[in-house]
Design a protein around this ligand. Sequence first.
Ligand SMILES: Cc1ncc(COP(=O)(O)O)c(C=O)c1O
Length: 416
Amino acid sequence: MRLSHRVSSLKPSATVAVMNRAAALKAAGVDVLNFSAGEPDFNSPQVAKDAAVAALGANQTKYLPTAGDPATRALIAEFVSTRNRIPNVTPDHVLITAGVKMALYLTMQALFDPPAAGQAPMEMLLPVPAWVSFAPIAELAGAKVVEMPTTTASGFKITPEQLRKAITPRSRVLLINTPSNPCSTMYTPDELAALAQVVAECAATIAPELVIVADELYQHIVFGGVPHKSIGSIPAVAERTITINGPGKSYAMTGWRLGWLSGSGEFGKQAVAAISKLQGQTITSVPGFSLAGMRAALSHADADLAAMRAQFAKRADLIFSRLSAIPKVQVAKPIGAFYAFPDVSAYFGKKSPGGKAIASAGDLAGALLEEQKMAVVPGEDFGGCGKNHIRMSFACGEAQIEEGCKRLAAFLGSLA
Ligand SMILES: Cc1ncc(COP(=O)(O)O)c(C=O)c1O
């Protein structure tokens, strides 16, 4: 079968690949400790489930307006204005999408063109390590991804000087994801202000078309003392920022497939209208009964959210202390999201008890799964120094974290 170049050159998600392999082992009766899942282990809030069931009972089963029904758009406009403090956001500045991934996909399709013959592609500036799907989604739209490397020592954050050097007249998008998947670190408000200043200065000179795309999906899962700030709330860049968010991670609603994007002022209104056109020709609209559940969660589930956040905070302390105690493993303290991202490269070049040569994070993750029945995500596909790391989601109970860290320590200690 002949496939488009677009699809045949597309890399499958490394995270999904590990999740699928772990699920297959589990289905075959193998007791796998799964640290690969990028989703909360908690149930969705009861108020959300009740509201969705009631909406189904009331036959809310028809198409909606493409950008979402007025009540939900109004609620999100209020959310973005009050919780994210982004100025000049009305319901017309909001588009409801089928998950954050779809919001990112539509946004990139609206911002990039495939390069014309003989022309260089426009660029997306991406601090790495970064979530595995950012680069493929931008590349599908015709972008060239320019990686901006970070290190464990810098808390996996780019500096203003680094950003200034990376911006060129071809820069179209700067992707900011805070709290970060996979690094679980966050930019402070001052750091974001400094980055915003560079964007504003460069936009006034060499990069007039530069837009910030801010993925704030983990906004409410923060527990390290650094407050979450939206870069889109900074006046100098508000009208060149598209902020993307959703209930999946914070409210344990990943499978509901909901998200939204918003922008400020005239820029935001135009962006939402343009991206809505794309949504109208793809998914038409999201399902109304799930929106009823999301509205209930956003309005009445802050206690659930706080309880989940408290659990994540405890688990972050636990996994950090256990991983830090493993010889030659370096790990930054998670302060947001729910991932530990240890550097295990000191163990590369060794051999596992099962005879597997460990030359990379991928080899290590493969041997861990086969020999210790423990699923982690190898860091290569996160970019940059990610190749030295594995990602362990701590969206699981404390007993599993204890057992997994024990197995990892024993496995690393057994490499020769
Ligand atoms: C940073 C980031 N953005 C987007 C997504 C996808 O979100 P959704 O499930 O709402 O499509 C994920 C999922 O892991 C993520 O970690």
